[in-house]
Design a binder for this molecule. Sequence first.
Ligand SMILES: Cc1cc2nc3c(=O)[nH]c(=O)nc-3n(C[C@H](O)[C@H](O)[C@H](O)COP(=O)(O)O)c2cc1C
Length: 330
Amino acid sequence: MPSVLLHSLSVGDRDLKGNILCAPLAGFTDVPFRELAIEAGADLCFTEMVSCEALIRENPKTQALLERGRNEQDYGIQVFTSSPESAAAAMKFLIPYAPAIIDLNCGCPVPKVIKTGAGAALMKDPMMIGAIVKAMKKATSFPVSVKLRTGWDHQNYTFLEAALRAQDAGASMVSLHGRTKSQGYGGKANWEQIARLKEVVDIPVVGNGDIFSADDARNMLLQTGCDAVMVARGGLGNPFLFREIRALLSDRPPCPSPAPLERIKTALRHLERCAEVKGEARAVKEMKKQLCSYTKGINGSAAFRNELVHCESLAEYRIHFSTFLSSIAG
Ligand SMILES: Cc1cc2nc3c(=O)[nH]c(=O)nc-3n(C[C@H](O)[C@H](O)[C@H](O)COP(=O)(O)O)c2cc1C
């Protein structure tokens, strides 16, 4: 019998096989990360955000961010811009990637992005969100979605107007991170506003903010009525969260948390794949923060983390991993 909470998701003319999504996370949701998320049970992952202007310039670093993982049947590409013209012009550069969804970022709080009028600055101008979505829709046949915050600050909740304008302009899905721009990533995400959004729009609503456990995902679906959940920080160093959510939403017996051995082996696989995709030098540098999150809470892992942050080559990492693996394997 199909589960009530886990179900396919229609986004425009696309049918996603499920409603467990992995959020865009700049600096994290690259090919190796997304491959592990899909393997664990995520239905769709988003790339890190890419600038429309950089797409138009055919910037090779930007193009590299759009590569698809080996097991990604579908994926979403997230773009940012403050200009309808750039948004429209960028669309043709996405054709070769054939994404399931092109998402417009309306939530990034980073000053470099805000000062151009993009990211969360768009929450101050819901009409502009509508104008950008309209321009994207005119220029592409891929479904378009928006990822909103609740507003700029507590005095200015604009998500309902922004979502309605996006919907009127042709958006096929809306994700809501239940925080304002001023909150950054602090405080608690407001799930009531996700429920409110669900009452107001006709397109699928994706709830986002503070999903750190399978119970959180289920509670968000039950409490807000949203159509899909989007995991962000909860998945860092913890792709297993996707399978735990999947088991719970499918009414299967709960999936136990991974044993330390599996966590460490997965961390090493993540590192090796990153080196394959990006080269050793970048992998060694970029993976430090992620590897540390895989080890949190494991007995005796503080010393291991301390060794990891000083590793300068794949060979060094492998030695420390192998020693730590033998110690936990007993
Ligand atoms: C390091 C980091 C990078 C992020 N990068 C993006 C991004 O590129 N695009 C985006 O829409 N949101 C980005 N976000 C926001 C997340 O997608 C998500 O909305 C937010 O973390 C709230 O969910 P959470 O409370 O479950 O972490 C980022 C968040 C973090 C912490």
